[in-house]
Design a protein around this ligand. Structure first.
Ligand code: LLP
Length: 438
C-alpha cells in the first residue's frame, strides 16, 4: 500500500515526494529513513481543520516522542501546531529549533527538578501534571521563579482501549496520571485550586495508542464529565481546557481499520459538546496530541538486501542492513509492516520471505511472510509506515550506527539528521586508564 506522494515509476523505482528512492539510497546510504513532508503537512492540516469545521476552539499539539529532530519541530512550527514534549531532551530539541516556548506542553510521569526548572525558565505554555510529587516540585518552582504555573491534571479515566498492553495507558492500573475512581483527581484538583502557585486550566487524559475505535474517546469523555459534574458541585471547578491526548490509529497493514483525523476528532468534539450541554457548561477548548497519525505513514525505511538463508520446507530469511536497531517495534510489540522492492516495484511478487535484521538476536525480525519477487543481494527493500517511533526508539544495539533521516518534498531531498559514524559511537567513551588512550 502506497501512502501520500509515493508512486512506482515505470522503471519500477519507488518515488517519494518526487524523488527516486534508488537515488536516495545511493546518495545517503542505507538504512535510510525517508519522510514525505507533504503527507505530514496534510495530516497536520486535517487535524486542525477538524476543529474549524466543527466550530470549536481547539489546539493540536504534535507529540514529539513519535519523531523528534530539529527539522521536524520546525515543520510543526510552520504548520502552526503546538508541541508536546516528555523530557528535557525533547524540550531542548524544541528550544534548539527555535520553537515558541509558550506553545510547548510538558508531559511525563517523573519530571526531574532540573527538567522543571529548565521548562519554567524557558517559559513553556503548560505542564501536564502527572502526580502529587510533581505538584510539590511545581509549587517550589513557582516560588523560586516567582511566577504562576499553568497546569492540566493528567487523569487515568479507567478506559481500557483495545491496543497492545504496553501502549495502553488509560486503564486504572497504569503508571500515568491521577486515577479517577479512587478520588486522586478530586484530591489533586483541591490541591491546585487552593494553592497560589497554580493556574489550573483543566484536565487531560490519554487512553492509549494505535486506537481505531473512535468510540473509546467518547467513553473517556463521558467518564471525565462524570467527575467534572461532581467537582463543579463541590469545588465550583469548570475547566477552560480539556486535553484528550493522542493515540489515533493508523494503517500499517491490510485489515488495520484506521479512521481519518476528522472522524476521531469529530467523535471527541460531539461527545464534549453533548456532555457540556448536559451540565450547562460552555464547551471548553479541546486539545489533542497526535504523534503517530502525523508522522507514521509519512515515513519509509530503505534497506539494502544482504544475505539470504533457506530453511528447507520452512521459510526463506532475507537479511537487510538494519533491523531492531532502527525499528524496535516488531520485536517489542509484535508490530506488523508491509514492504516492497524499491528498485523493482513492478516485478510480480510470487515468493514469500521473512525479513530479518542484522542484530545478534533471534527476535530481530522486521516482517514475517512478506510477498516479494525473487530477491538479489543489493536489491533495495522499502518498509512502509515506519515514521512513528522508528527513529525515536532507534538504538545502538550491537554498536550499529543509527541511520540518517531525509525529508523529501516537491522533488527535493534534504538531509535532516546525518548518519551516525563509528567515531560518534565512541565519542562518549572514556579509556580504562589514561595510558591506553589510542
Ligand atoms: N499524548 C500522550 C500523553 C502520550 O502518552 C502519547 C503516546 C501521545 C500523546 C501520542 O500518541 P500517538 O498519537 O503517537 O499514538 N512506542 C509506542 C507508542 C508509545 C506511545 C506513548 N504515548 C509505539 O511504537 O507504538
Amino acid at each position: 500500500m502506497l501512502y501520500g506522494s509515493s508512486v512506482i515509476q515505470p522503471n519500477g523505482h519507488l518515488e517519494i515526494g518526487g524523488v527516486d528512492t534508488v537515488h536516495l539510497a545511493n546518495q545517503f546510504g542505507t538504512p535510510l529513513y525517508v519522510y514525505d513532508v507533504a503527507h505530514m503537512r496534510q495530516q497536520a492540516r486535517a487535524f486542525k481543520r477538524a476543529f474549524t469545521e466543527n466550530n470549536v476552539a481547539g489546539q493540536v499539539a504534535y507529540a514529539s516522542k513519535a519523531f523528534s529532530c530539529v527539522a521536524m519541530v520546525q515543520l510543526v512550527e510552520e504548520e502552526g501546531l503546538n508541541l508536546d514534549v516528555v523530557s528535557g531532551g525533547e524540550l531542548y530539541t524544541a528550544l534548539s529549533a527555535g520553537f515558541p516556548p509558550e506553545r510547548i506542553h510538558f508531559h511525563g510521569n517523573n519530571k526531574s527538578t532540573d527538567e522543571i526548572d529548565m521548562a519554567v525558565k524557558a517559559g513553556i505554555g503548560c505542564f501536564i501534571a502527572d502526580n502529587f510529587q510533581e505538584l510539590l516540585l511545581l509549587e517550589k518552582a513557582s516560588q523560586y521563579h516567582g511566577q504562576k504555573i499553568s497546569v492540566l491534571l493528567r487523569t487515568t479515566p479507567g478506559v481500557k482501549a483495545s491496543t497492545h498492553e504496553y501502549i495502553a495507558t488509560g486503564q486504572e492500573d497504569s503508571k500515568f496520571g491521577f486515577d479517577l475512581e479512587s478520588g486522586q483527581v478530586h484530591e489533586a484538583l483541591k490541591y491546585v485550586l487552593s494553592h497560589e502557585a497554580f493556574d489550573c486550566l483543566g484536565l487531560h487524559c490519554h487512553i492509549g495508542s494505535q486506537i481505531f475505535d473512535a468510540n473509546a474517546f467518547e467513553v473517556a469523555v463521558d467518564k471525565i464529565y462524570r467527575e467534572l459534574e461532581l467537582r463543579r458541585d463541590d469545588l465550583g471547578f469548570v475547566p477552560k481546557v480539556l486535553n484528550l491526548g493522542g493515540g489515533f490509529g493508523i494503517r500499517y497493514v491490510e485489515g488495520d481499520s484506521a479512521q481519518p483525523p476528522e472522524k476521531y476528532v469529530g467523535t471527541m468534539i460531539e461527545a464534549v459538546k453533548r456532555q457540556s450541554s448536559r451540565l450547562g457548561f460552555a464547551v471548553p477548548e479541546i486539545w489533542i496530541e497526535p504523534g503517530r497519525a502525523i508522522v507514521g505513514n509519512a515515513g519509509t525505511t530503505l534497506y539494502k538486501v544482504g544475505s539470504q538463508k533457506e530453511v528447507p520446507n520452512v521459510r526463506r530469511y532475507l537479511a537487510v542492513d538494519g533491523g531492531m536497531s532502527d525499528n524496535l517495534r516488531p520485536a517489542l510489540y509484535d508490530a506488523k509492516y508491509e514492504g516492497i522492492l524499491a528498485n523493482r516495484g513492478w516485478d510480480r511478487c510470487d515468493r514469500t520471505m521473512s525479513v530479518a535484521g542484522k542484530c545478534c538476536e533471534t527476535g530481530d525480525m522486521l516482517i514475517w511472510d512478506l510477498s516479494l519477487p525473487e530477491v538479489h543481494t543489493d536489491d533495495l527493500l522499502a518498509v512502509f509506515s515506519t515514521g512513528a517511533y522508528g527513529y525515536s526508539m532507534s538504538n545502538n544495539y550491537n554498536r550499529i550506527p543509527r541511520p540518517a533521516v531525509v525529508f523529501v518534498e516537491n522533488g527535493d531531498a534534504r538531509l535532516v539528521v546525518r548518519r551516525e559514524t563509528y567515531e560518534d559511537l565512541v565519542q562518549l567513551d572514556l579509556p580504562l586508564k589514561e595510558s591506553v588512550i589510542p
